[in-house]
Design a binder for this molecule. Structure first.
Ligand code: NAD
Length: 270
């Protein structure tokens, strides 16, 4: 069996460069291509040079359909919701692995990705790090053990360039808390508070978003009871953890049957 041939879409992005490095460095796979959106300043650049690996002779193109159909085995995608939905359709046509780290999807985007997963093995996760997925499992367990006398609040902070809020990871932690309690996050979530909000409703799951500086990603889940509080938190120091997780997910998904998988599946936490 040869090495898994991987390409990076959004190759010029913050995560794109980390993904290129991880795919180049990890055993079992080979970095074979990259695309950017048409008009991007990175089209025509060498993927290796952009990722700080030195020249690899792999040029970043802008023709995603051609890349998906070029005989590659999988694509690493941390781009935008609109782009990732299109890429999932291309992955389904080419019957290749699609790893989606993009966040900020709407419900109908999620449905389109689900439909594409009938023909492609797709791993999608709002956070690809081992630590966050471990935290998610712990949050579910704690939420299951404690009743509504413990108020759940989720606080996150990211760099000033992040465009969606709350973060995909915060929502993933919210889903875990709601799942542990056997309630629907949609019904219980309070995404923001401003002005005269009234008292906190028992059972709500609150979110608070901080943005600033170069923070890679910090998440804290607070279980606030009467006179005591549990805080579970995770701090990401380097984007490399997400990229390594994404490449591991691709290697895991190789030769799996089509379907929509999560990092829980990849890490054996499900
Ligand atoms: P970024 O803006 O630096 O990079 C995105 C790149 O995608 C850009 O270079 C952009 O030009 C490119 N792009 C957009 N549309 C495209 C298209 N149609 N074709 C090809 N390329 C296209 O953003 P970023 O900080 O790298 O984050 C990207 C996404 O990944 C965000 O949604 C972010 O929340 C998410 N993210 C997820 C994780 C995780 O572990 N799941 C970790 C970090 C970031």
């Amino acid at each position: 069996m040869g090495e898994m041939k991987l390409a990076v879409v959004g190759a010029g992005g913050r995560m794109g460069r980390n993904l290129a490095r991880a795919a180049h460095e990890m055993e079992g796979c080979e970095l074979v291509g990259g695309v950017e959106r048409a008009g991007s300043e990175y089209v025509g650049c060498d993927l290796g040079e952009l990722a700080g690996l030195g020249r690899l002779g792999v040029e970043i193109g802008d023709d995603a359909p051609a890349l998906f159909a070029s005989g590659i085995d999988g694509v690493l995608d941390f781009t935008t919701p609109a782009a990732s939905v299109q890429f999932s359709e291309l992955a389904a046509q080419a019957r290749i692995v699609h790893i989606i780290g993009t966040t900020g999807f709407k419900a109908d985007d999620e449905q389109k990705i689900k439909a594409a997963s009938r023909h492609a093995a797709i791993v999608k996760a709002g956070n690809m790090s081992l630590g966050i997925n471990m935290l998610t499992a712990l949050v579910e367990q704690v939420a299951n053990a404690l009743d509504e006398s413990f108020d759940i609040e989720i606080v996150e902070m990211h760099h000033r360039h992040k465009v969606d809020a709350p973060s995909g990871t915060a929502l993933m932690l919210g889903e875990a808390a709601a799942g542990g309690r056997g309630v629907s996050l949609e019904e219980k979530s309070v995404r923001s508070r401003d002005g005269h909000t009234g008292e906190r409703r028992a059972g709500d799951i609150g979110f608070a978003t901080l943005r600033g500086g170069s923070v890679v990603g910090e998440h804290k889940v607070i279980f606030a009871g009467n006179a005591e509080r549990i805080e579970l938190s995770h701090i990401a120091d380097d984007r490399g953890i997400f990229a390594t997780g994404a490449v591991k997910a691709a290697l895991w998904a190789k030769d799996r049957k089509p379907g929509l998988y999560s990092m829980k599946d990849v890490l054996g936490l499900s």
